[in-house]
Design a protein around this ligand. Structure first.
Ligand code: PEP
Ligand code: MG
Length: 537
């Protein structure tokens, strides 16, 4: 039995087999080979495996995001069988006598460049696709493991996980996350909590653990490899207790979220997509306080069209009935990267080109999303909010785009709701400090404590080395929250909190005393937070 200690960032206990998620050697070497027939056979085998994976991805996407979005995986399958593409790879292996990894990577780069230089927009967009399929084949050739190949649920162990990887995971195949890197407020951690899985970071992982039985204790941040019977018994008892507590909390369903002293708040859910509305409703969410719309972009291989987005927003709105759904506009950049945006390298991405800054700089992307949201507004109770605001000017620009989009829809005879509430996220000290001015321009604020902590303490939320001082309870953070709530009310805006801190029940009473109107948390935290509110004086 081996015990390793890290930091628990997703509560609960998981018992099962470890799957060591190895991304393979990303570096492609120009290695000479002598047996060209064997190398061609290696390539054919990898290609067949890639086709199989793409087939599975197509089926999964068809279920999750519909045919229009799933079609991209069919396009990838066709591209992988393209004669010119295959001839180029075979030519490099046969004539230059170089390894399959190099042949695929070089062909991928050449074809990507060729597509990128084409006039036609459709072909231009295929540049990212050919890169993508080539990377998939290289990954397979380098022996990287693919979670989509799993047949039973596992404890996923990895060096690090990017949000774009985590969103692709199938929850039914996962019991827990364990990583070496990562931080409590990273989006990967947030996704783990959204999936309601135990998660531990800061663990010195070992590939030799692959396939071994293990226990992940998200409460103490302990990972035990090949646990003995005694520990197994102890942990099964913890799991049992968790189950009992979960059952007890079920009694709070349908109850109002009101404190002993009569303070009533709205308890909303944070979601990442249509598929999370089930968990939100199951846990009795009173609305959706944060729909992280960028996950739609992270799950896509290309810009999601207006229609694709409209369908997603409309379905969420309809699923939630008359309950309010706050859609946050695209918050990409920093740790949330997608190839097709081509955001490029930045020395300091958290303080860089992200969120509303991208949207105001690339209005064609912004307008498409706004049109989709307003079209969907006719089907439920939608609200809209903008992330990473630092100035009044940004808010006014956003409102101007909204007016333009509404005019457009009106002229086209497309229905939309005229009274959609407009809000902003308070995630920067700048926004908190000028919140009284900003409140006069919007209907509501939603405090994003993850970023507010990052920018107040000047601590990159992704930096594992600073995890021990990354303290969301810092008095400066709490004072900015208090001040924002007070200023919001002065300016006539309601104020919610949607960062991870909203689910921290040790602060529930403090937030109530500050006068918060709404708390928005991952679905699995709704009933525990309701319990904390009900028990607060
Ligand atoms: C936040 O910053 O607190 C927030 C809710 O947004 P995100 O975590 O997606 O950056
Ligand atoms: Mg944020």
């Amino acid at each position: 039995m081996l015990q390793v200690k890290g930091k628990g960032i997703g509560k609960g206990v998981a018992i099962g087999r470890i799957f060591f998620y190895d991304k393979g050697d990303q570096q492609v070497n120009r290695t000479s080979i002598s047996d060209t027939a064997a190398e061609l056979a290696r390539f054919e085998e990898a290609k067949a495996k890639a086709q199989e994976q793409l087939g599975r991805l197509y089926e999964k996407a068809l279920e999750d995001v519909g045919e229009e979005n799933a079609a991209i995986f069919e396009v990838h399958q066709m591209m992988l069988d393209d004669d010119d593409y295959l001839d180029s790879i075979k030519d490099i292996i046969n004539n230059e006598k170089l390894c399959a990894e190099y042949a695929v990577a070089t062909t991928g780069e050449n074809f990507a460049e060729m597509f990128a230089n084409m006039e036609d927009d459709y072909f231009k967009a295929r540049s990212a696709d050919v890169k993508d399929i080539s990377e998939r084949v290289v990954r397979i050739l380098s022996g990287a493991s693919e979670i989509s190949d799993l047949t039973e649920p596992v404890i996923l162990v990895a060096e690090d996980l990017a949000p774009s990887e985590t969103v692709q995971f199938d929850k039914s195949k996962l019991l827990a996350f364990v990583t070496h890197l990562g931080s409590a407020n990273s989006h990967t951690a947030i996704l783990a909590r959204m999936m309601n899985l135990p998660a531990v970071i800061g663990i010195d992982i070992d590939p030799a653990w692959n396939g071994k039985q293990a226990i992940v204790d998200g409460y103490t941040g302990t990972v035990t490899i090949e646990p003995d019977d005694e520990l197994m018994k102890e942990m099964l008892a913890v799991k049992q207790k968790d189950e009992e507590r979960r059952n007890l909390l079920q009694q709070l369903k349908g109850k109002p979220t009101i404190s002993k002293s009569g303070k009533k708040i709205r308890l909303y859910a944070n979601i990442g997509g249509v598929k999370d509305t089930g968990a939100a409703l199951d846990n009795d969410a009173e609305g959706v306080g944060l729909f992280r719309s960028e996950f739609l972009y992270l799950e896509s291989e290309d810009f999601p069209s207006e229609d694709t987005q409209f369908e997603a927003y409309k379905t969420v709105a309809q699923n939630m009935g008359d309950k309010q759904v706050v859609i946050r506009t695209l918050d990409l950049g920093a740790d949330k990267q997608v190839d097709y945006f081509d955001l490029g390298h930045e020395d300091n991405p958290a303080m860089g080109y992200r969120a509303i800054r991208i949207c105001l700089d690339r209005p064609e992307i912004f307008r498409t999303q706004l049109r989709a949201i307003f079209r969907a507004s006719a089907y439920g109770n939608l609200a809209i909010m903008f992330p990473m605001i630092i100035s009044l000017d940004e808010v006014l620009q956003c409102k101007k785009y909204i007016e333009e989009v509404k005019e457009e829809l009106k002229a086209e005879g497309i229905p939309y709701k005229d009274d959609v509430e407009i809000g902003i996220m308070i995630e920067t000290p700048a926004a908190a400090v000028i919140s009284e001015t900003l409140a006069k321009e919007v209907d509501f604020f939603s405090i994003g404590t993850n970023d507010l902590t990052q920018y107040t303490l000047a601590i990159d939320r992704q930096n594992a080395k600073l995890e021990n001082i990354n303290d969301s309870h810092h008095p400066a953070v709490l004072e900015l929250i208090r001040m924002t709530i007070e200023n919001g009310h002065k300016g006539g805006a309601w104020v919610g909190i949607c960062g991870e801190l909203a689910a921290d029940t040790s602060l529930t009473k403090t937030f109530l005393d500050f006068g918060v109107d709404e708390l928005s948390v991952s679905p699995s935290f709704i009933l525990p937070v309701r319990d904390a509110v009900i028990n607060a004086e």
